[in-house]
Unconditional design. Structure first.
Length: 149
């Protein structure tokens, strides 16, 4: 896709879609920089995303499905073109930031597959699982800013 066609498609978007796409892009850049410089639990906290070991609040948020769909669309659009491999953690953090009012939870699972170790990150929002990985993943647990498996 040529750069001009990308600009034309962006200009044809509704204002709300352009806004969330720009926000997702800026968050993706900030997330990339943060993950390279700051410990993961601190990045998650700054992005407003809970980790597995953190207790949820007592309220149960009602999810606006249109808002969820738009945030997911924007996040997917950004990371389809992202130059770095392994975007599931970044995608979960950015989507979680966009949906932070719903107190999202990042889940990370790992599995040994032969001589390799596979990992996947996904998001849970008000009980909804977004981009869950394979069934063979063992969840990582986070406690007091440390990762345990």
């Amino acid at each position: 896709m040529s750069p001009l066609s990308v600009v034309v498609r962006f200009a044809r978007l509704a204002p709300a879609e352009r806004s969330i796409l720009v926000r997702a892009g800026l968050l993706a850049v900030a997330c990339e920089a943060a993950l390279r410089c700051v410990p993961f639990p601190r990045v998650a906290h700054r992005f407003g995303v809970r980790l597995t070991g953190e207790p949820p609040s007592t309220r149960t948020p009602i999810v606006n499905t249109l808002e969820l769909a738009r945030a997911r669309w924007a996040t997917d659009a950004i990371f389809r073109r992202w130059p770095v491999q392994g975007t599931c953690l970044r995608r979960s953090l950015v989507l979680g930031r966009l949906l932070r009012e719903y107190e999202p939870l990042v889940r990370i699972g790992v599995a040994r597959r032969g001589a390799e170790i596979g990992a996947h990150a996904w998001l849970e929002v008000a009980g909804l699982t977004i981009d869950e990985g394979p069934d063979d993943l063992a969840p990582l647990r986070f406690a007091a800013g440390r990762v345990s498996g």
